[in-house]
Design a protein. Structure first.
Length: 130
C-alpha cells in the first residue's frame, strides 16, 4: 500500500483531466476552426472561435491567467463540444446537426462576455492580434 505522500507525488506528475482537455483543444484547434468556418449556423462564430482558441493557448502557456478557471472550463467544454461530431444532435444531420453547436457557442460567449472582453483588451495592449 502506498503512502499518502507517494500518492500525491504520482498525482502531481499525472496530468489532470482539465490539462488533458486544454491540450486536446490546442491539438485540435485547426479542425475546430475548420468546422466553424464550413458549416451554416457556426460560420457566424468564426472570429469568436479564433479568439476562444487563442485564449486557451495563452492560458495554457501561462501568458494570460487573469481569468476565472470557470471561464476557461466553459471555453474548453464549448470548443470540445463543437469538435465532437456525436454530441446532442449528431453533426451528420444536415443543418440541425450543427444548430446545437451554434447554440452552445452562443451561450458560452454570452456567459463569458466580460472575461472575453478583458482578454481581448489585454491582447490588444500587448500588441497581439486576436
Amino acid at each position: 500500500m502506498q503512502s499518502k505522500v507517494s500518492q500525491e507525488i504520482i498525482d502531481e506528475d499525472e496530468p489532470t483531466a482539465a490539462e488533458k482537455n486544454l491540450e486536446k483543444v490546442i491539438m485540435k484547434s485547426e479542425q475546430i476552426q475548420e468546422k466553424m468556418s464550413s458549416r451554416g449556423p457556426l460560420s457566424r462564430f468564426i472570429d469568436d472561435g479564433k479568439v476562444l482558441i487563442s485564449l486557451v493557448k495563452d492560458y495554457r502557456a501561462g501568458q494570460y491567467r487573469r481569468i476565472p478557471y470557470g471561464t476557461i472550463a466553459a471555453v474548453v467544454f464549448t470548443l470540445l463540444y463543437v469538435f465532437n461530431p456525436l454530441d446532442l444532435l449528431p453533426d451528420v444531420l444536415p443543418f440541425i446537426g450543427v444548430l446545437d453547436d451554434a447554440t452552445v457557442v452562443g451561450a458560452c460567449l454570452f456567459a463569458i462576455e466580460r472575461d472575453l472582453s478583458a482578454y481581448k483588451n489585454w491582447k490588444q495592449a500587448e500588441g497581439f492580434e486576436s
